[in-house]
Design a protein around this ligand. Structure first.
Ligand code: ADP
Ligand code: MG
Length: 306
């Protein structure tokens, strides 16, 4: 990269991850865009009392008025639930809660409790009409598999609206690029090696300009017990972490909302069904299995690192 171009970087913790924006644009502009994360967190976090998701999860079966952002996320979530034959399921809220992935408790849930919560995890019972949503009593939603993608899109649009023409957003595994690098070349995005040092070791690299790369992996939120890795992507049929030998899958496309939803679905579905779903959406995808085998869209321009 041209040595005269100075890059600025702002960062902050949102949505339980570390988020950065890197760009030659002035720092106060980057900071103003990043600060908008707080607004989206207020709407979409299930932990913030009064957020749209909090209201939905405390609605006791009554309709809830939601804003346009929450509606956009729910629309994609329900569409992806259907498109993936249920692999992507935002109604797993109570099941996800039983696993305590966010508070570091390494305890296996009671199978009877899992069964009970799964009985309420039916997305087809969620009714979205205009800006109103109704979920059955006992059903709780969790947007952990999709919200970050939507927020990344919004922050990238906010940067563009503020006149930024070159930026790299990295929101804990969700990458969005605005334009090219300042030197006019495409950004090169490394895919994190699952066992490697964060941000330092990569197993592959992809070029990106005004596009997004979203990764779902077993190494982000997980715990180990008796030689088994229990990670945060659940198979909606069993309520247990997906065990299909996939370490990580990355989706590459324009919309980070779509990429986030589909990546979680791709993880659950595995390479065969997953690459088919990705193709239907015009999304490029690449999987890494625990024996080192790679499955990917042959049209994807990707460089593998030895
Ligand atoms: P990350 O959070 O690391 O970006 P994902 O986008 O794959 O990874 O989201 C995983 C999160 O999605 C989990 O922490 C949980 O909140 C939620 N989740 C888990 N399993 C599913 C599933 N089958 N469908 C939809 N959301 C899920
Ligand atoms: Mg996701």
């Amino acid at each position: 990269m041209n040595a005269e171009i100075r890059m600025n970087q702002v960062s902050g913790d949102y949505f339980d991850t570390f988020n950065t924006i890197t760009s030659p644009a002035p720092e106060h502009i980057l900071q103003a865009a990043l600060d908008e994360c707080a607004v989206y967190n207020q709407m979409l976090s299930k932990f913030v009392p009064g957020s749209d998701v909090w209201k939905i999860n405390h609605s006791s079966g009554q309709p809830v008025e939601i804003n346009e952002h929450t509606r956009a996320v729910l629309e994609m979530a329900l569409e992806m639930n259907q498109a993936s034959d249920g692999a992507f399921n935002i109604a797993l809220g109570p099941t996800i809660g039983l696993w305590h992935f966010t508070d570091g408790t390494a305890v296996l849930p009671d199978p009877a409790e899992i069964k009970k919560t799964l009985a309420k995890a039916d997305c087809s019972q969620i009714v979205l009409l205009g800006n109103t949503v109704r979920v059955p009593e006992g059903t709780e939603i969790d947007l952990g598999g999709i919200a970050k993608g939507y927020i990344c899109d919004c922050i990238a649009d906010s940067l563009r609206a503020r006149g930024v023409t070159s930026a790299l957003l990295n929101f804990g595994g969700n990458v969005v690029t605005v334009g090219n690098r300042p030197d006019g070349k495409a950004w090169t995005i490394g895919l994190q090696r699952p066992s490697g040092e964060r941000g330092k070791e990569f197993w592959a690299a992809v070029k990106s300009c005004d596009s997004t790369l979203v990764t779902s992996g077993i190494y982000e939120r997980s715990f180990h017990l008796n030689g088994v890795t229990y990670h945060h992507i659940l198979d909606p049929r069993t309520g247990w972490p997906v065990q299909n030998h996939i370490l990580t899958v990355t989706a590459i496309t324009k919309s980070s909302l779509l990429a986030d939803a589909i990546t979680t679905a791709l993880f659950v579905l595995g390479p065969e069904k997953g690459l088919n779903l990705a193709q239907r959406y015009g999304v490029s995808a690449v999987y890494l299995r625990d024996d080192g085998k790679v499955f990917y869209d042959p049209d994807l321009d990707i460089v593998f690192v030895k």
